[in-house]
Design a protein around this ligand. Structure first.
Ligand code: NAP
Ligand code: GDD
Length: 330
C-alpha cells in the first residue's frame, strides 16, 4: 500500500529536500502551504505534478484538522516554523504562536483525526543555547538564548508529552544547523556564499556580518531529511540529535567560501554591530552517536564540500541572471 506523508513547511529548505526523498521512496506526498499573495513555491517548483498541496496554517486549528482529514497521512513531518532567530526578538509573540503553540495545534489535530499517525517535530540545537558541556547530546540540558529557542523547547517538550500522555508515535530530531543552495538568504552560510558570488560578479565589494567568532556544527540539509525519515521508520519512538560532530567559526566559513572563488575574505568582510544579537549562542557541537547506532545515520557531505557546493550554486545562479559575461569579473 502506498504510504502518505503530510509535510508542513514544504516550501522551506528542508520541506523541499524531504519531499524529494519521500517521492523517491514511493510515498504520496502532501504539502501544507499557507495562503500568500505571491506563490513562494520556488523550492518545490521542480516537483510540480509529483506532490499534492493542501492549504493550512499553524495558526488555524480547523485548517490543520481539515488537512489531516483530506490527506489521511500515515506520517506527519512538522517542519513549519518562524525559523530565523533574529526575527524572534522582533516578533516574539508570533514566533511563539507558530513555533511553539503550532505544535500543540497539530498534535491536537492528530489526536482528534487519527492518533496512529506518526509525527516528526523539527527540534533545534538552538534549545541548547548557552552550553555548559560539549559536545551536546540528547541528555544535555537546555538553555535557549532567543524567543525562537524558547519556542522550540516548548514544541520539543510537548512532543515528548504527547508521546507519554497519549502513546502517539511522536518524535523530535534535535537538528544542528543544516544548509544547502536552497537555504534562505538571511542565514549566515547563504549570506556568505551569495556575498562571494556578488563580489566575484563585481556587483559589490563588501560583505557586512555580525559575530565572526560564533561556532556552529554545519551539515547538508539533504543528509538531515534522511534522518527525519529514518526516525519515523524506527521500531520505538525516540528523540535524536542530528549533527556532523564538527564545529567551525563564521570566520572559517568565510575563509573557505571566499578562497573557493579565489578571494581573501579579509579584503571584503566587515564586522558590523548591526548584526550582533541581544544574546548569542557562541558554540554548538553535536554528538549524533545515538542516531548512528540506532538508525545507521551518517552525514555524507563535509563542511568544505557543503560550502563549495553553495558558492558554486550561487555563482551559477548569478551567471544565469546577469547579462552574458557579467558574472565572471576578476
Ligand atoms: P525555512 O526554510 O524557514 O522554512 C520554514 C517553513 O515554514 C516555510 O515553508 C514556511 O512557509 C513555513 N511556515 C512558517 N510559518 C507558517 C505557518 N504559520 N503556517 C504554515 N507554514 C508556515 O526553514 P528550514 O530551514 O527548512 O527548517 C525547517 C524546520 O526545521 C523549521 O521548523 C526550523 O525551525 C527547524 N530547524 C532548522 C534547522 C536548520 O538549520 N535549517 C535546524 C534545526 C531546526 P512560507 O514559505 O509560507 O513562509
Ligand atoms: N544570520 C546571520 N547574519 N548570522 C550571522 C551573521 C550575519 O550577518 N554574522 C554572524 N552570524 C552568526 C550568528 O550570530 C550565529 O551565531 C551564526 O552566525 C549562525 O546564524 P544563522 O545562520 O542565522 O543560524 P542560527 O544558528 O541562528 O539558526 C539556524 O540554526 C538553528 C539550529 O541551530 C536556524 O536555521 C534555526 O532555525 C535553527 O534552529
Amino acid at each position: 500500500m502506498t504510504r502518505t506523508a503530510l509535510i508542513t513547511g514544504i516550501t522551506g529548505q528542508d520541506g523541499s529536500y524531504l519531499a524529494e526523498l519521500l517521492i523517491e521512496q514511493g510515498y504520496h506526498v502532501v504539502g501544507m502551504t499557507r495562503r500568500s499573495s505571491t506563490s513562494g513555491q520556488e523550492r518545490i517548483a521542480h516537483l510540480d505534478g509529483q506532490l499534492e498541496l493542501v492549504q493550512g496554517d499553524l495558526l488555524d486549528q480547523a485548517s490543520l484538522v481539515e488537512a489531516l482529514r483530506s490527506s489521511k497521512p500515515h506520517e506527519v513531518y512538522n517542519l513549519a516554523a518562524q525559523s530565523f532567530v533574529p526575527t524572534s526578538w522582533n516578533q516574539p509573540v508570533l514566533t511563539g504562536e507558530f513555533t511553539a503553540l503550532g505544535v500543540t495545534r497539530l498534535l491536537e489535530a492528530i489526536r482528534q483525526v487519527d492518533p496512529t499517525i506518526r509525527f516528526y517535530q523539527a527540534s533545534s540545537s538552538e534549545m541548547f543555547g548557552q552550553v555548559q558541556v560539549s559536545p551536546q547530546d540528547e541528555s544535555t540540558p537546555f538553555h535557549p538564548r532567543s524567543p525562537y529557542g524558547v519556542a522550540k523547547v516548548y514544541g520539543h517538550l510537548l512532543t515528548v508529552n504527547y508521546r507519554e500522555s497519549y502513546g502517539i508515535f511522536a518524535v523530535s530530531g534535535i537538528c544542528f544547523n543544516h544548509e544547502s543552495p536552497r537555504r534562505g538568504l538571511e542565514f549566515v552560510t547563504r549570506k556568505v556564499t551569495d556575498g562571494v558570488a556578488r563580489i566575484k560578479a563585481g556587483l559589490t565589494d563588501e560583505l557586512r556580518l555580525g559575530n565572526l567568532a560564533a561556532q556552529r556544527d554545519w551539515g547538508f540539509a539533504g543528509d538531515y531529511v534522511r534522518a527525519m525519515w529514518l526516525m519515523l521508520q524506527n521500531d520505538e519512538p525516540r528523540d535524536y540529535v542530528i549533527a556532523t560532530g564538527h564545529t567551525h567559526t563564521v570566520r572559517e566559513l568565510c575563509e573557505v567560501a571566499f578562497a573557493h572563488a579565489g578571494l581573501d575574505y579579509r579584503d571584503h568582510v566587515i564586522e558590523d554591530a548591526k548584526y550582533l544579537r541581544p544574546a548569542e549562542v557562541d558554540h554548538l557541537l553535536g554528538d549524533a552517536s545515538r542516531a548512528r547506532a540506532d538508525l545507521g545515520w551518517n552525514p555524507q557531505v563535509s563542511f568544505q564540500e557543503l560550502v563549495q557546493m553553495m558558492v558554486d550554486a550561487d555563482r551559477a545562479r548569478l551567471e544565469r541572471a546577469l547579462p552574458a559575461g557579467a558574472a565572471s569579473v576578476g
